[in-house]
Design a protein around this ligand. Structure first.
Ligand SMILES: Cc1cc2nc3c(=O)[nH]c(=O)nc-3n(C[C@H](O)[C@H](O)[C@H](O)COP(=O)(O)O)c2cc1C
Length: 164
């Protein structure tokens, strides 16, 4: 099984979820930060997993990442999953996809980057392996809601089970 997990993260919460999903997926899963994500996907990929923070009800944009910087974030990626997905072409037939996001649970804000990402990826020709999934963080910078790392690892195991 070959899986690539591409993650955008500003304060590290979404990245921690990505690492846990990778552990759940098991051997053959690789986590890559958005800044280092390849524009052309590796050959023989069984599963692409894409995750990012929910910003303004959707995937981040230049202005929302700037807003994060203005709030003191120091590790703001130069591009987000929205722009990265925009560079992807049609995948080989049968390439599966899963998407996840983090979003604020206190205060509880609406929106899901994962749902928007899934819509774009399905339009490109990826086949969904699971419904878009969300994980909770407190406020903008976190930490993650209790139990979310374990739930992410379990979600990774579920994905691996569906691929088998
Ligand atoms: C500019 C901005 C807009 C945000 N908008 C939303 C939102 O619409 N809905 C939501 O649930 N969370 C929102 N958040 C909270 C983010 O989802 C939260 O910062 C993110 O999950 C943290 O993940 P990270 O540490 O990986 O960056 C927003 C955060 C920022 C900085």
């Amino acid at each position: 099984m070959k899986a690539l997990i591409v993650v955008e993260s500003i304060w590290g919460n979404t990245e921690a979820i990505a690492v846990a999903i990778g552990a759940g997926l098991g051997a053959g899963a690789e986590v890559v930060r958005i800044d280092a994500a390849p524009d052309v996907l590796p050959a023989g990929l069984d599963l692409l997993v894409v995750g990012g923070p929910t910003h303004a009800f959707s995937m981040s944009r230049v202005d929302t990442r700037k807003a994060a910087k203005d709030q003191g974030a120091t590790r703001v990626p130069r591009l987000g999953i929205r722009e990265w997905i925009g560079k992807l072409g049609t995948p080989p037939r049968g390439t599966r996809v899963a998407t996840f996001d983090t979003r604020s649970v206190a205060p509880r804000l609406p929106g899901s980057a994962a749902k928007k990402a899934m819509k774009r990826l399905v339009k490109l020709g990826y086949e969904p392996l699971a419904a878009a999934e969300s994980f909770g963080v407190y406020g903008y910078s976190g930490p993650l809601e209790e139990g979310e790392v374990a739930r992410a690892e379990q979600w990774g195991r579920t994905l691996a089970g569906r691929l088998a």
